[in-house]
Design a protein around this ligand. Structure first.
Ligand code: SF4
Length: 421
C-alpha cells in the first residue's frame, strides 16, 4: 500500500480545552545540558512535585534545580516575597560555588505571576556581579505547550549574549552531547566549518561559555519549537538559514545541505562526508520500515515535533499520517516541513481535546502519538500509543539516530503484536 505523501495542506484551527504539560518540564533536559547552570523555580508545591517526578532526584550529586515555594502568606506583601527570594538565592550561591548561571524560572500560580522575576534577576545579577549571571524566564503552564520552556530559556540567553561581528554558524536548540559531537565531525569533514569560519552550539555545554551573537551570525534551528528564540536572534541581526529539521535521512541531509549551500562549501567534500553516515542510516531504517510501512499514525498536539516526525514517518517509513495536531504553527519556521507533495493529511493547530478524541476514536489509527495524560486511557480503549515527551528526551537527531527514531515508533506496535499472540 502506498502511503499518501505529506503535503502543503490547509490548516484547521481549533480552540478548546488542551491537554499538555507545562514549560517547567524543559528543566529536565536543560539542566543536563548546561552542567554549570542552576534552575530555581519560583512556584507552588504543585510545581515542586512536577519537577521532582519529571526530573527525579539525584542522590549522589548536588541537584541543579529546586523550587522556591511561594506560600499564600507571600501574597500579603510582595516586598516580603522579594526579600525571601533574595535570601534563598544568597544562601544557594554561598553554598554552591559551581553555579555560574542562575535561572529564575517563573510559573503560573497567581502569587508568582505578581512577582516581577525579570526585575528580581536584574537586582540579584547586580548583587552577585562577577560571581554569577542571573537570568529569568517563564516555564508557566499558561504558555501553549511544554517545549516553550526551552524556547523562553534560550530567548533569555540570546538577550544576555555578548556582541560579536565574527562570522559563525550557530546551531540552536538543545541536543544530546553525543549528537552534537557527530554534528561537529560532519561540519568539519564536509568543509562547512571552514567556510563558515566557526560553528557554535546554543545552548552551550557550560552556560558561562555563552556564545556572542551579531550581524555575521547565521543560525540553523535544531529544534522546531524555538520561535521566540528565532525572533530574538533576528533582533540581534543574526540570519536564519531555514531548513527541514535533522530527523531521519531526508531531514538531516536537507539540514546539512542548507548550511553547505549557504556557505558555498565544496560539493565533493560535502558528498563524501555524508555518504557513509547516510548509507548507515538508510540501512538501519530498512529493518523498521518493514514493520511500519502501511501502518496509520495520528499525532495529538504536544511537543511541536509533530510535523517533522510526520514527514519522517510518511516519507521514510511509509506510514499514513491521519491527523497532525500541532500546539501552534509558525509557518516561517515550518515552511520547508510543510512544502511537501500534496496528500490527504490533516494539520490541526491548537486543540479541542474532546473533538479530537472523537475523530481519533472513529479513525482508530495503528499508532497514536500523544501526551502522558491521554496515553493510558487510550491504551485502555485498545489503541496503541507512543509518549510524545519521550521523543524530546531521546537523542533522535542526525543520521546515526535515524534507526533509533524509527524504532521508537515500531516498539509499541511490536509490543501490541506480541501481546495479541
Ligand atoms: S507552572 Fe503551573 S502548570 Fe506547571 S506545575 Fe506549576 S502550577 Fe502546574
Amino acid at each position: 500500500m502506498n502511503a499518501p505523501a505529506l503535503c502543503d495542506i490547509p490548516v484547521t484551527i481549533e480552540n478548546g480545552q488542551r491537554e499538555v504539560f507545562c514549560g517547567l518540564t524543559g528543566i529536565v533536559w536543560l539542566h543536563r545540558k548546561m552542567q554549570d547552570a542552576f534552575f530555581l523555580v519560583v512556584g507552588s508545591r504543585t510545581c515542586a512535585h512536577l519537577l521532582q517526578s519529571a526530573a527525579g532526584v539525584m542522590i549522589f550529586s548536588e541537584p541543579r534545580f529546586a523550587t522556591a515555594i511561594m506560600e499564600e502568606k507571600d501574597l500579603a506583601g510582595l516586598a516580603d516575597a522579594n526579600e525571601e527570594l533574595d535570601r534563598i538565592v544568597h544562601r544557594l550561591l554561598e553554598r554552591r560555588p559551581d553555579i555560574s548561571t542562575l535561572f529564575l524560572v517563573g510559573s503560573c500560580p497567581s502569587e508568582v505571576i505578581k512577582l516581577d522575576l525579570a526585575k528580581a534577576a536584574q537586582r540579584l545579577g547586580v548583587a552577585h556581579q562577577g560571581r554569577v549571571r542571573v537570568l529569568s524566564y517563564s516555564g508557566s503552564g499558561i504558555e501553549t505547550t511544554f517545549t516553550e520552556g526551552e524556547d523562553t530559556c534560550l530567548e533569555a540567553m540570546v538577550e544576555a549574549a555578548p556582541y560579536t561581528d565574527a562570522k559563525q554558524l550557530m546551531i540552536v536548540g538543545t541536543l544530546a552531547d553525543v549528537v552534537e559531537d557527530q554534528f561537529i565531525r560532519l561540519f568539519d569533514q564536509s568543509g562547512i566549518t571552514e567556510a563558515a569560519e566557526s560553528v557554535t552550539f546554543f545552548p552551550p555545554r557550560r552556560a558561562k561559555d555563552l556564545p556572542a551573537i551579531g550581524p555575521n551570525t547565521q543560525f540553523l534551528l535544531a529544534q522546531p519549537f524555538l520561535n521566540a528564540t528565532r525572533r530574538a536572534l533576528i533582533g540581534r541581526k543574526a540570519q536564519h538559514i531555514v531548513a527541514k529539521f535533522p530527523l531521519g535521512v531526508e531531514g538531516t541531509s536537507h539540514w546539512f545541505r542548507a548550511a553547505k549551500d549557504h556557505y558555498n562549501a565544496p560539493d565533493d567534500a560535502f558528498d563524501q562526508a555524508l555518504e557513509a553516515p547516510k548509507a548507515r542510516a538508510t540501512q538501519a531504517l530498512q529493518h523498521y520500515k518493514s514493520q511500519l510501512n502501511g501502518k496509520t499514525v495520528w499525532f495529538m498536539p504536544d511537543s511541536q515535533l509533530e510535523l517533522p516526525l510526520a514527514r519522517f514517518l510518511n516519507e521514510e517509513c511509509g506510514m499514513s499520517v491521519l491527523e497532525i495536531g500541532v500546539p501552534y504553527l509558525d509557518k516561517q519556521t515550518m515552511a520547508p516541513e510543510l512544502s511537501g507533495a500534496s496528500g490527504q493529511d490533516n494539520v490541526v493547530e491548537g486543540q479541542d481535546v474532546d473533538l479530537q478524541l472523537e475523530r481519533l476514536r472513529k479513525a482508530r489509527p495503528d499508532l497514536t502519538v500523544c501526551g502522558l495524560g491521554l496515553a493510558n486511557p487510550l491504551e485502555g480503549e485498545g489503541l496503541t500509543t507512543k509518549w510524545a515527551i519521550e521523543l524530546v528526551f531521546s537523542p533522535i537527531q542526525g543520521f546515526e539516530q535515524a534507526g533509533d527514531l524509527a524504532e521508537l515508533f515500531a516498539r509499541p506496535l511490536n509490543r501490541k503484536q506480541r501481546l495479541a499472540v
